[in-house]
Design a protein around this ligand. Structure first.
Ligand SMILES: [Zn+2]
Length: 91
């Protein structure tokens, strides 16, 4: 079975039989030496790091929404207390 990866030197798409994955081979395009297993492992790390990074803005938004919700709950509670005391909120 072939495994596919990109050359870490020239980014050319390459394929190699899985049995050679731990061997040091030369890119047919730029003659740079590489070990397929290491190239693939490194790519996975980059992808995982990118996924984590992409999650961050969503998390921030979710936190802001939760905070706004809590604020609204507190505001309503405060208003309720004012009403219970026969006071009306002016602003
Ligand atoms: Zn190359």
């Amino acid at each position: 079975m072939n495994i596919e990866f990109n050359c870490p030197h020239c980014d050319r798409s390459l394929a190699i039989d899985e049995k050679w994955r731990d061997m040091e081979v030369q890119c047919p395009d730029c003659s740079g030496s590489l070990v397929p297993t290491r190239v693939i492992a490194k790519k996975k790390d980059v992808e995982q790091a990118r996924e984590k990074y992409q999650e961050t803005p969503q998390n921030i938004q979710r936190e802001e929404e939760e905070r706004a919700e809590r604020k609204e709950v507190l505001r309503l509670r405060k208003l309720q207390i004012l009403e219970d005391n026969g006071l009306v909120k002016i602003s």
